[in-house]
Design a protein around this ligand. Structure first.
Ligand SMILES: NC(=O)CC(=O)C(=O)O
Length: 284
């Protein structure tokens, strides 16, 4: 790889852990200001949180749902990507199509064009007594497709929040050549402290990719997000992490680290694909 190519394999990224309230226009305006701030700090790949234009909760999805790419949130994201000449991962917002609702992530290129759209594939249906009960499937439909995009020859894959728990999804992306996985993610105060960092480090280590997850900041009422937006390198090391308030986390991703770990610990060439589907449990 020549020097020019290796320069292009460094990406300055910004994770925007924005404050989210009930007023959609205020949420959009706030995100737009923070995107410009990230650009001024040199970021060329900027990402927003899950449900960045509305509070997170089943009772809000239908009220805030928009069609893509014609709604006000898509328009703001397209314009912000173009005005700032960046790749913009537009967090997620509730989408409506043919009377169905989805939790959807859109990605916009520096020309303001929609280059990827991903619908949350694993819906957040959990019940932890004394902790949290949540059932996205009461309102949302699940997506069924992977989505990735290309930044200067670097392939980036998308997941959303609960998707982080499913290593199969991350592996499918790795097998498609992805080097960065991005998950807009509003983890809860029950599950966040236990699992948010651990899951990101696991996905990064399993697949030898950078992992970034972007949370809204902690609200004072309604849904309380864990915060702690994070960047993890392909060795599993945390290289940037927010606290719980509104904050931008920056990271200079050196993609040669993916090459190094993949060469030095070559697990993808060592997988026993010949036996995984046929091996028996115990002696049976
Ligand atoms: N909010 C989610 O989709 C996921 C989450 O909080 C968790 O997995 O825990």
């Amino acid at each position: 790889m020549n020097q020019m190519q290796s320069i292009m394999r460094v990406l300055r990224t910004a994770l925007i852990q924005s404050r989210v309230g009930k007023n959609r226009l205020e949420n959009l305006q706030n995100a737009e200001n923070l995107i410009a701030q990230a650009k001024n700090a040199g970021a060329n790949l900027v990402a927003l949180p899950e449900c960045f234009n509305s509070p997170y909760g089943t009772k809000f999805f239908s009220e805030y749902a928009e069609s893509i790419p014609n709604g006000p949130t898509s328009k703001m994201l397209s314009k912000a990507a173009k005005d700032n000449n960046i790749f913009l991962v537009g967090g997620t917002f509730p989408e409506i199509e043919n009377d169905k609702f989805y939790n959807t992530c859109t990605v916009w290129n520096p020309a303001g064009e929609l280059v990827a759209k991903y619908r949350k594939m694993h819906l957040f249906d959990i019940d932890i007594p004394g902790g949290i009960t949540f059932k996205e499937s009461d309102v949302l439909s699940a997506g069924n497709e992977l989505a990735s995009f290309d930044v200067n020859g670097i392939k980036v894959g998308l997941g959303i929040c609960y998707d982080l728990r499913f290593e199969e999804l991350a592996k499918l992306y790795r097998l498609q050549g992805v080097e960065i996985l991005i998950y807009p993610a509003a983890f809860t105060l029950t599950t966040g402290p236990m699992h948010f960092e651990l899951l990101q480090r696991s996905r990064a280590t399993d697949n030898q990719v950078f992992v970034m997850a972007i949370s809204p900041s902690r609200g004072e009422q309604g849904f309380m997000a864990w915060g702690h937006s994070q960047i993890t390198d392909p060795w599993g090391k945390v290289i940037g992490q927010a606290k719980e308030g509104e904050e931008i986390v920056y990271g200079d991703l050196d993609l040669s680290e993916c090459d190094k770990v993949r060469q030095q610990i070559p697990i993808f060439g060592q997988r026993r694909k010949d036996i995984y589907d046929t091996i028996r449990i115990g002696n049976r």
